[in-house]
Design a protein around this ligand. Structure first.
Ligand code: DGJ
Length: 719
């Protein structure tokens, strides 16, 4: 719903869960009009009351006033000193920008962003969009700020279209997507990590500092996920005021939070200004990616529930969006590069016998790829390893009743490859500098359309040549020497990302039923941008069950479980050497898209195979619920020895609990469930519970006397 009142005017976008008020303030001395965000949060009735935040009557543009103003679109160089959303740079070295209110538009629905990932609507009544038009009176730069409020969700999407309507060439040195101006102080919760340790939850207390997370690696990265929550200091998983922010983009980003001495908090989210420098000639236009902000008073789970539902149903797209995913086996941890047709078929036969539905052939099937030193870019079959080719292998796998999937790393080029011999200028490089390799590889210059076309054709021709149902899209290094043979370095990381998005869009359009899974040395590009093209992501190369508790728990802050791939791997675990039982490994993998990652015939005993058979049966029975049920975190692995989470939908409730180390018996431990739909439920032993029993009395956690123990209880709804 939308109102516009007063002369200012004051805009109020609201639904039953959230209100957003933008007020135009006319400066009494200068006469110019600036737009302020006077409220974002719990629904309110009278938006004009929020004008107290503006000191409208007598405030002039003095120094301290500028530092208090809750600007919605703050700019550089006008004396507010906080992190700005926009900055232009001019040829004469100046960088001062003013953006004043000019007009607004309002429409039902959500406009499409060309060439970028985005949340979407299927019907116009699912959202409404307010567009505020701003202009710099000197340079004539026009900004159209679009703010979409989703119906029945406490969520907004915000993005900016920037047009140079002047006659001077400008450079955008900052072009953010969202600014939140919030009164008060907040803790910041973010997801940090490294390879094998992605998306650990970190809480940084309120401080009069700039707290910022970012990437300048060319990918959103392992280090910081483009996601943050600002919350009240007493907020926890279940209660407290929280503002979530998530950037729908896969490359360089920055989320900066600044509190000042006047009790004002500003959050700015967008492309990383370090690598933007976007030249904007007269007449040119630049569209920022979108940021999605969420409000909840139900703590972190409240924020996650909103992102889970929105991203599962209105960010992910296509054939697989609403379909539970096949149980797969991937050969990577089982064989790495050392396989041939027969070895893969042995794994496939054993997997088929246990009910596994798809075999994925990982790295090493192409060119001369017998280790990671060569062949990226040479996307043709290695017939020494696979004499019947990919087609023959896929057909043999299909004959077992299984689907077949294949790994690619399309954005890369090995210096030892036929592709590099033919096109040494196709990688990112800076003339006169060494070409720094990582994992012995260079990055293709995906800003070039000839390179994009080559990548589309390489992947597409393989997919056309064989019955391939799934693609794992890997990316195993970040940028260095960010330069191109065909363009200057300005804005190159963003042009790279636009190129990757164009390639992925072309492929998903041609192969709409192929299931694409993103990957980047594990979860190094697990972000909402990627999920628009590929509805699931390889969560981490660390597949140890204990380590995965933290990784998957953290990932679930922003991402629905149907996007989180989770596989059972060998024990002792390859990454950490820990020995865990097949039950614990399987129970942890229920936290996402379930699969296996081992040499089944050689790395499992007969007894383990029987457990696997039962696990696969269970997954098939409950996967509708793990795909789209409400996922709630109950006990955190970051806070104690026991982790627990649950799924709930109209059919069942699934409680998963894990105890890392055994302890002497200290009396029963109960976990109370949350967000359980009304009904009567029955567990495996025939005991019945109502939703109130589950939520108020809780369930007793019982683990066997051993380290690395788990329990999964399924409560089927009986009425
Ligand atoms: C990194 C991925 O995360 C792994 O799963 C595997 O696909 C390797 N790359 C293959 O090189």
């Amino acid at each position: 719903m939308f109102t516009v009142t007063g002369e200012g005017p004051v805009f109020h976008l609201y639904n039953e869960f959230v209100s957003l008020v933008l007020a135009v303030r006319t400066d009494p001395e200068g006469g110019y009009q600036e737009v302020c965000l006077t409220h974002f949060g719990y629904p309110i009735d009278e938006p004009l009351n929020t004008l107290d935040r503006l000191i409208l009557e007598n405030g002039s543009s003095n120094d301290s006033l500028r530092q208090i103003m809750p600007y919605a679109f703050p700019t550089e160089g006008r004396g507010d000193y906080r992190v700005p959303l926009f900055a232009e740079a001019y040829e004469d070295g100046g960088n001062c920008t003013e953006l004043y209110y000019e007009d607004y538009r309002y429409a039902a629905g959500k406009p499409k962003l060309e060439g970028l990932p985005q949340t979407y609507t299927e019907q116009d009544d699912e959202a409404e969009t307010l567009t505020i038009i701003l202009r710099d009176p000197l340079t004539k730069l026009k900004v159209e700020a679009s703010i979409t409020l989703f119906a029945h969700r406490p969520a907004i999407a915000s993005s900016m279209k920037i047009v140079n309507e002047g006659s001077e060439k400008l450079t955008l040195s900052r072009a953010g997507s969202l600014c939140l101006a919030l009164p008060g102080h907040f803790d910041m919760v973010q997801l940090w990590g490294s390879w094998g340790k992605e998306r650990y939850v970190q809480r940084v207390p309120s401080a009069t500092l700039v707290r910022s997370i970012s990437s300048s690696r060319g990918a959103s990265g392992h280090e910081h996920n483009p996601f943050a929550i600002l919350c009240d200091p007493n907020a926890d998983e279940f209660s407290g005021r929280c503002f979530g922010v998530s950037f729908v983009y896969s490359g360089d980003f920055e989320i900066a939070v600044q509190e000042n001495a006047y009790d004002q908090t500003r959050l700015v989210c967008g492309l990383n200004p370090r690598s933007l420098d976007w030249p904007l000639a007269p007449g040119e236009c630049f569209q920022t990616p979108e940021a999605v902000a969420v409000y909840s008073e139900q703590g972190f789970n409240g924020v996650s529930h909103v992102y889970h539902d929105l991203y599962r149903t209105r960010l992910c797209r296509g054939y697989w969006r609403d379909r539970p995913r096949p149980v797969l086996i991937n050969n990577w941890e089982g064989t790495t590069f050392y396989f041939d047709h027969e070895k893969i078929m042995d794994i496939a036969r054993s997997a088929a016998a246990l009910g596994i539905e798809m075999l994925v052939l990982d790295d090493g099937w192409f060119g001369q790829r017998n280790n990671d030193h060569s062949s990226l870019g040479d996307w043709f079959v290695n017939y020494d390893k696979l004499p019947r080719g990919i087609k023959g292998l896929a057909e043999d796998v299909n004959a077992l009743g299984m689907k077949f999937g294949l790994w690619f790393e399309p954005e890369m080029i090995s210096p030892i490859s036929e592709l590099y011999e033919a096109h040494p200028d196709w990688c990112l490089h800076a003339d006169g500098r060494p070409r720094t390799t990582a994992r012995h590889q260079l990055t293709l210059d995906m800003s070039r359309t000839d390179v994009q076309d080559f990548v589309i054709e390489s992947v597409a021709s393989m997919l056309r040549s064989a019955p391939i149902d799934y693609v794992k899209w890997d990316m195993n290094r970040n940028f260095s020497e960010i330069g191109s043979s065909v363009s200057n370095r300005h804005g190159l990381p963003h042009r790279y990302m636009l190129g990757v998005y164009r390639v992925m869009e072309a492929l998903i359009q041609e192969f709409p039923t192929v299931l694409f899974e993103g990957c980047s040395s594990g979860g190094g590009r697990f972000d909402p941008g990627f999920l628009y093209y590929m509805p699931q992501f390889w969560t981490s190369d660390d597949t140890d069950a204990v380590e995965r508790l933290k990784i998957q728990y953290g990932t679930s802050f922003a991402y629905p479980n149907c996007t989180i791939s989770a596989h059972v791997s060998a024990s002792p675990n390859h990454q950490v050497g820990r020995v865990t039982g097949i039950k614990m490994r399987g129970d942890v993998a229920l936290g996402g898209n379930f699969g296996y990652e081992l040499d089944l015939p050689n790395q499992t005993t007969d007894e383990e195979k029987e457990v696997i058979r039962e696990q696969v049966k269970l997954v098939k029975k409950i996967r509708e619920t793990t795909h789209s049920g409400v996922f709630t975190r109950l006990l955190s692995p970051f806070e104690g020895n026991i982790t627990a989470w649950s799924y709930a939908d109209e059919n069942r409730v699934i409680l998963c609990a894990y105890r890392v180390l055994s302890t002497v018996k200290r009396g029963p431990v109960y976990v109370r469930l949350h967000d359980i739909p009304q009904g009567t439920y029955q567990d495996q032993n025939g005991k019945t519970y109502t939703e109130r029993d589950l939520m108020n009395a809780g369930i007793k956690l019982e683990f066997p006397r051993q380290d690395f123990a788990s329990m999964v209880t399924i409560f089927e709804k009986v009425k």
